[in-house]
Design a protein around this ligand. Structure first.
Ligand SMILES: NC(=O)c1ccc[n+]([C@@H]2O[C@H](COP(=O)([O-])OP(=O)(O)OC[C@H]3O[C@@H](n4cnc5c(N)ncnc54)[C@H](OP(=O)(O)O)[C@@H]3O)[C@@H](O)[C@H]2O)c1
Length: 255
């Protein structure tokens, strides 16, 4: 397989939640593949550090912090990407969270906690895709949504998160239908990955071991192991792939 298929030279990619964990690994992989990359999140300092990281890899970039729960932030981000870098060709909707107040028995989770997860994990991805749409259609671009095994199967005591990730897989399929043949829209569904999001789980020996016992590959993934399949989906190597959700879960959902 020629390496040029994975070359992103000349492309401009926006990665939400691109300042640490899986998102930063995606931003770095895209930069190494030749794209200009805009890694963004809510924290100005973290955005500046991620921008410096991708620039050190030779990529063009721009610092534009965003809260994906805020539509005005999103329009500002894509306006700046348009005026300063020529517009986004690839959008990775990776920003996501699973806060403590959204964990537990469904009868104990408040409406506000439920909404806060939906606003970031699902509505944020919809709005970023929507506000990038015009340029994506002009350039024949691509959207990749970072879902979860929680978007493929149920997980106890994580109802808002699981609902948001199932919604994200549904959004992926529907956008793919509406935007074909011009814009490809796909998702990845990671299993457990060592990041800040899972730090608490990994620190708890019993929980950590129960996750490893359920994972045929027998360990947590590293963020780079999610970034590589995302790079594949963004690249010409995936030119006939749309509406798909690629599980990257060490076999978690195969059983
Ligand atoms: N780690 C796993 O095991 C795992 C498994 C399956 C799926 N995932 C999914 O993968 C994605 C990345 O997870 P991760 O483990 O890398 O998490 P992480 O280390 O906690 O990083 C999350 C990133 O999202 C940003 N973010 C959070 N809320 C945001 C908002 N409202 N607006 C903009 N940016 C926001 C964070 O930056 P700020 O806080 O500075 O905004 C950070 O850059 C998430 O969608 C997660 O659900 C993770």
């Amino acid at each position: 397989m020629p390496n040029e298929l994975f070359d992103l030279e000349g492309e401009v990619a926006v990665v939400t939640g691109g300042t640490r964990g899986i998102g930063l690994a995606i931003a770095q992989a895209f930069a190494d593949a030749g794209a200009a990359v805009v890694p963004t999140s809510r924290s100005e300092d973290a955005v500046d550090a991620a921008v410096e990281d991708v620039r050190d890899r030779g990529a063009d970039s721009l610092a534009s912090p965003v809260d994906v729960a805020d539509e005005d932030d999103i329009t500002t981000l894509f306006d700046r990407v348009e005026s300063e870098l020529g517009g986004a060709d690839i959008v990775v909707n990776n920003a996501g969270f699973n806060p403590d107040d959204a964990l537990g028995k469904p009868e104990d989770v408040s409406a506000d906690a439920f909404d806060s997860v939906m606003d970031v994990n699902l509505r944020g991805a919809f709005l970023c895709s929507k506000h990038a749409a015009e340029r994506l259609h002009e350039s024949g671009g691509s959207v990749i949504n970072v879902a979860s095994v929680g978007g493929m199967v149920g997980l106890p005591r994580q109802h808002p998160y699981v609902a948001s990730k199932h919604g994200l897989v549904g959004l992926t399929r529907s956008l793919a239908l509406d935007w074909a043949p011009t814009v490809r829209v796909n998702a990845v569904a990671p299993g457990y990955v060592s990041t800040d999001l899972t730090e608490g789980l990994e620190a708890n020996d019993r929980l950590r071991q129960s996750i490893i016992d359920r994972t045929p590959i027998d360990r947590f993934a590293e963020p780079e192991e999610i970034a590589a399949p995302v790079l594949f989906l963004a690249s010409d190597a995936a030119s006939f792939v749309t509406g798909s959700c690629l599980t990257v879960d060490g076999g978690w959902t195969a059983q």
